[in-house]
Design a protein around this ligand. Structure first.
Ligand code: SAH
Length: 373
């Protein structure tokens, strides 16, 4: 999907690597070291105006100020959960809402980024799907999510700091349907003069856009791959994830098998557990069967995600005993299987809850569920 014209009126500074930025700035007759100075000020000191780059002579600052849009995200609200998770609600040009989630875990932190405003995939259990696709985010808008949140939380990047920052493309949107902007954003984030968050610290999660998984496998510098599976039979996956009608499980399996992995690298398969829908022992066995060629190559790891209830979505979370049994069945066959602890549920920040809600409400969840207030 093309970027709406209102988003490309100027060169997007935050979407350029230091090298690209140097070439761009040379067009103003400025030497390369000036380009690097500005790039570092943006990506290391998180300045948000050219005026604040004091190393630049006043004349240069004045000349460049009109060219730069250094705040492509307009902050609307920040929600902080009891567990320290923060959900940032922004708007982007055109007025669309976008969310970013900050998930601290001891000294480490995971940043969950959005790749699109809304999402076109229509997964039946996901709140973001109710928005539909509004538009793709630009590379600068993706990078700006990291810059904004690191600035807001007082983190300063640099090789040592960024080692503790992991990025997951698991917010709003389907990253592989915004392939070129996502990959460009990852190049900018990896820049050693800036954030230096390298692709090996990044995980990209997809519903399974097969041709794009193949394209991703051909990249020299690429993030880790996670695939949202959630059902291991076509009949069920067709109902829960309409993408399966286009790229059914057999094609997805082929793409995953052919995906070139680094040594010791796994593909992560995410499986959202829905009460009475996909959480029986038979479902676990179907999953084992579907995974078997991948297991044979030690290529698969499973992340079980307890369903997070969201208003208007007609599913219920599986009871803990059933989740434990499901996990045990997989583990008994030697598949590394982890249970993702829900983070930030109380502020609608957990997986599948990003729906640009302005704030936690007292909306009642599906029958029998606790109120999310
Ligand atoms: N479109 C990509 C990126 C979003 S990742 C993808 O689907 O992979 C968001 C993750 O949250 C996906 O694994 C998705 O399956 C999961 N998810 C969606 N709705 C959920 C819900 N209500 N509860 C728990 N997880 C959910």
């Amino acid at each position: 999907m093309p970027i709406a014209p209102e988003t490309v009126s100027r060169v997007e500074w935050l979407g350029l690597t230091s090298q690209q930025f140097g070439a761009y700035i040379a067009g103003f007759g400025l030497p390369a070291y000036r380009g690097r100075q500005i790039f570092q000020a943006l990506h290391r000191r998180f300045v948000t105006s050219v005026e604040a780059i004091h190393e630049l002579p006043q004349g240069v600052r004045t000349a460049l100020a009109a060219e730069a849009d250094l705040e492509p995200l307009r902050p609307v609200q920040v929600f902080e959960a009891a567990d320290g998770t923060r959900r940032y609600l922004f708007t982007v040009r055109g007025g669309h809402a976008v969310e970013t989630v900050w998930i601290p875990d001891g000294r480490r932190v995971t940043l969950c980024l959005s790749s699109q405003a809304g999402c076109p995939m229509g997964c039946a259990f996901c709140a973001t799907a109710t928005l539909g696709l509004q538009r793709n985010l630009t590379a600068g808008e993706i990078v700006a999510q990291v810059l904004y949140v690191l600035r807001d939380t007082g983190r300063r990047p640099g090789p040592a700091q960024s080692a503790n920052v992991n990025v997951v493309l698991m917010g709003m949107g389907e990253p592989l349907l915004n392939y070129s902007h996502v990959m460009q954003a990852l190049r900018v984030m990896a820049d050693p003069f800036g954030l230096h968050i390298v692709p090996r610290r990044v995980t990209l999660s997809t519903v399974g856009i097969v041709p794009k998984i193949i394209a991703l496998g051909r990249e020299t510098d690429r993030p880790h791959l996670a695939v949202s599976l959630t059902a291991a039979t076509d009949a069920l996956r067709n109902r829960l994830m309409p993408v399966n009608l286009t790229y059914p499980l057999a094609a997805l399996q082929q793409a995953c098998l052919a995906f070139p992995r680094h040594s010791g690298e796994y593909i992560t398969f995410e499986y959202v557990l829905l009460d009475g829908i996909n959480d029986s022992e038979a479902d676990a066995r179907a999953l084992l069967r579907w995974l078997s060629p991948l297991r044979a190559r030690n290529a698969a790891k499973i992340n079980l995600i307890p369903y997070n209830p969201a208003p208007g979505i007609p599913f219920r979370p599986s009871p803990p005993e059933r989740i434990a049994h499901f996990q045990a069945v997989l583990r008994a066959k030697g598949v590394p299987t982890y249970l993702r602890r829900p983070r930030g549920r109380d502020i609608f920040a957990a997986c599948g809850m990003l729906a640009a809600t302005a704030g936690p409400t007292t909306t009642c969840c599906p029958t029998g569920q606790p109120k999310l207030t």
